[in-house]
Design a protein around this ligand. Structure first.
Ligand code: ADP
Ligand code: MG
Length: 722
């Protein structure tokens, strides 16, 4: 006899999907074919309009409203040529999931036919009903309407389905009082703030040519793939995105044989399709490989401007989900889908570059270039130390709490890895301006010539949450499901402030070299405590970090309490990234989200325990009791094993019943807490442990309840059979 779960195990080898033959169809031919990119714009717009649009997209000049009509026409013609029937403004509301509402181009004509229409006004502004999106109290119901505003810096694209095509127009989502209701608007504002301050600093180093500084970002995205038939039998995965039950498999990741291992045919077929879907959308997907955990994988694109990457990463996550389904797989993006097995992260590679492509975190070849590099590096270092709590806020969330500090992801303590060479240079800078001088036009900082910095992965410290990796920083603690917008908004804003302060100091009268040496010295003295090159997983580091006074905000509620500090609010207001109301709205939404997510998990835990586990265990009890009774009078030996089995299941059933009841009470108590933060803390301190108590009984039962009675696909199946 096999149950539905066991049937899937037996069926999987039959899975076959007719493989696409991509040979003779080079990737380069399709790259960007579904994007209204330069090539499409040149074809569909007049030269003049193209140039004016380009000025907006390339250097961030405000959009020339006069060209909207023609751009809309060109975009429509291009979209129709791809078979599009609909368009949508595409935006990232505070749910963190992209939102879309489709309208057709078709308008009825008086003759009873229809023609495709799309005007400049519709391109520039959309008016979705905003009242059902979280606003954190920014919008009273009487002003429930919000609008979407075209973001011309992010190119429009087309999503093709088997049944048709839709034009997607990336937009910002704001209220009628111009408050940002989305993730995109603050990111764009933070990039603007950083650009202004970075240009001031660059001018001091004699750079007159740069017109704009962009932040650049490349996210390495981790994910799991499991067979869809298993997924459908796991209500916890469906409701919560993570398993709430599951005994540890006898084989986990201890053999360390999955990372960079050869990729199974079924997975490679998925990856081939995925890469091509992404290339068509102009997303430069570059690297694909097996990750550390069984059934875990990674995709990394080439970096782009942060705002483009942020949109692209939303599309990558969307395409991962869609393409997986086509292969009978489900993509799990949650930070911790399986307990005891590595979770998913998103390494946020970050740097700053001028519009001429000069990477400002690339060490230079001359003392002058190095002085500039060290100035920018120090600004980042100071920002990360001063605002470590804010960076922690940016990576907070109920999912990531399971990862941070679980000795697989960097700890919740924010520190910076510089590596030996840079560390040495920083120590020299700390010694100060005594030896700094301006000689023969070059600038000496009292630092011996920069040694070549290693850029290969070999000596990288994977335990550091914020590591310098040769010409960029890698912010490693970002959650895998998170839109990258928010952590990058924070990062850009805190660095903007530090560049502002540095530029202000250096703009004072006097020679640049001694001023710079003094400025760097004082900053390094103040902030070197954040530098840590050792093992971030070690207990010793936790002690050392506490001694250094570095914050250790272990959970999301801890981080959100820190978020309310007035100086943080003031920072975002000062650089016009978030005003007080926008900031407070985000605080509120993050608290709410935490409570809602854990509440759903708690309900799912109780329901699965009651409706699936309890009946299975009762059947098991009946089987054992029946066997015991059937043997009575036939067997002379005492039935120790059967009697023991019966005793175990009876006592665990009682334990399960009690644990489920306790969970219900804990949740009731949490729901009754007076304020949102108190509710969140009760969910953290009472409900999550109560869920774990239920789980521990269930996982124990999984170890002895007859395999054919066990309803939930097991870890050893989901992670190894695909
Ligand atoms: P790895 O970390 O696997 O050794 P790389 O260092 O080449 O690989 O890059 C990892 C990620 O960092 C990629 O997404 C890459 O595009 C991105 N990256 C490289 N340079 C920069 C940069 N200047 N700014 C932002 N991201 C970058
Ligand atoms: Mg990396």
């Amino acid at each position: 006899m096999t149950n539905p779960r066991q049937k899937v195990v037996l069926q999987i080898h039959q899975h076959s999907k007719s493989a696409e033959d991509y040979q003779g169809r080079p990737g380069a031919d399709i790259f960007g074919e579904l994007v209204f990119n330069d090539a499409a714009q040149i074809q569909y717009l007049s030269k003049d309009v193209y140039k004016r649009l380009k000025a907006t997209t390339a250097v961030g000049e405000p959009l020339d409203a006069g060209i909207a009509q023609e751009v809309a026409q060109g975009m429509k013609e291009w979209a129709l040529s791809h078979g599009a029937t609909h368009y949508t403004h595409w935006f990232i509301p505070m749910t963190g999931l992209a939102a879309e509402k489709h309208d057709t181009f078709l308008e009825p004509t008086p003759t009873g036919r229809a023609i495709a229409e799309f005007d400049g006004k519709t391109l520039i502004k959309g008016e979705p009903d905003a009242s059902s999106f979280p606003s954190g109290g920014t919008r009273a119901t009487f002003e429930a309407r919000g609008y979407t505003a075209w973001d011309p810096t992010s190119p429009a694209f087309i999503i093709k389905e088997a049944n048709g095509a839709t034009l997607y127009i990336p937009t910002a989502f704001v209220s009628y009082t111009e408050e940002a209701l989305d993730f995109k608007t603050p990111l764009l504002r933070s990039m603007e703030a950083l650009s202004v301050q970075a240009l001031r600093a660059l001018r001091l180093f004699g750079n007159e040519s740069a017109k704009r500084v962009f932040t650049t970002m490349g996210p390495e995205q981790e994910y799991f793939l499991i067979d869809r038939r298993f997924y459908e039998q796991r209500p916890d995965l469906i409701a919560a995105g993570r398993t709430l039950f599951g005994a540890a498999p006898y084989r986990g990741q201890e053999l360390e044989d999955h990372y960079f291992g050869s990729i199974r045919e079924r997975i490679l077929a998925f990856m081939m399709d995925l890469d091509r879907e992404l290339w068509r959308l102009g997303i430069p997907a570059k690297t694909r490989h097996n990750e550390v955990a069984p059934a875990q994988f990674e995709i990394a694109p080439v970096f782009e401007k942060s705002s483009i990457t942020a949109d692209h990463n939303m599309l990558v996550m969307e395409m991962l989900r869609r393409v997986a389904l086509r292969h009978g797989l489900v993509c799990l993006l949650h930070e911790k889908p399986f307990a005891g097995i590595n979770g998913n992260g998103k390494h946020n590679n970050w740097s700053m570059a001028t519009d001429r492509g000069e990477n400002l975190l690339e060490p230079g070849g001359t003392p002058h270039e190095n002085a500039q590099f060290l100035a920018f590096l120090t600004a980042v270092l100071s920002a990360v130390d001063k605002y470590a709590e804010l960076l922690r806020v940016g990576i907070s969330g109920p999912g990531n709490d399971h990862r941070l500090g679980a000795n697989e992801a960097p700890p919740a303590i924010i520190s910076v890895f510089l590596g030996e060479q840079l560390d040495d240079i920083v120590s020299q800078l700390e010694k100060g301006p005594a030896s700094s001088s301006k000689q023969g036009g070059t600038m000496e900082l009292g630092v011996s010539v920069l040694p070549p910095l290693p850029k290969d992965a070999t000596d990288r410290n994977r335990t550091s949450p914020f590591a310098f990796t040769g010409n960029k920083f890698e912010f490693r603690a970002v959650g895998s499901t998170a839109p990258v917008h928010f952590p990058n908004t924070i990062l850009n804003t805190i660095v903007a402030e530090q560049l502002d302060e540095l530029a202000t100091e250096l703009e004072k009268p006097g020679d640049l070299a001694p001023k710079l040496a003094a400025a760097l010295q004082s900053r390094i003295r103040a902030h070197k405590r954040v530098v840590f090159n050792g093992n971030g997983y070690s207990e010793a580091w936790h002690k050392e970090a506490a001694k250094r006074g570095l914050p250790n905000l272990r959970t999301t509620p801890d981080a959100l309490h820190a978020m309310s500090k007035p100086e943080y609010k003031a920072l975002f207001a000062k650089y016009r990234v978030l005003d007080h109301r926008e900031y407070e709205a985000r605080e509120e939404i993050l608290w709410e989200r935490y409570v809602k997510v854990v509440a759903i998990e708690a309900l799912a835990t109780a329901d699965i325990a009651r409706n699936q586990i309890l009946p299975a265990a009762l059947k098991h009890q009946a089987q054992v009791a029946g066997a015991l009774r059937a043997a009575e009078g036939l067997v002379r030996e005492p039935q120790n094993a059967a009697a023991k089995a019966l005793g175990t299941v009876v006592s665990d059933l009682n334990a399960l019943d009690a644990a489920v009841a306790a969970l219900g009470q804990a949740q009731e108590g949490a729901d009754g807490a007076a304020t949102l933060p108190l509710r969140a803390e009760a969910y953290r301190d009472a409900v999550l442990p109560a869920m774990l108590a239920v789980r521990s009984v269930v996982d124990r039962m999984e170890g002895y309840v007859s395999d054919e009675l066990w309803p939930l696909p097991k870890y050893r199946e989901m992670l190894f059979v695909y």
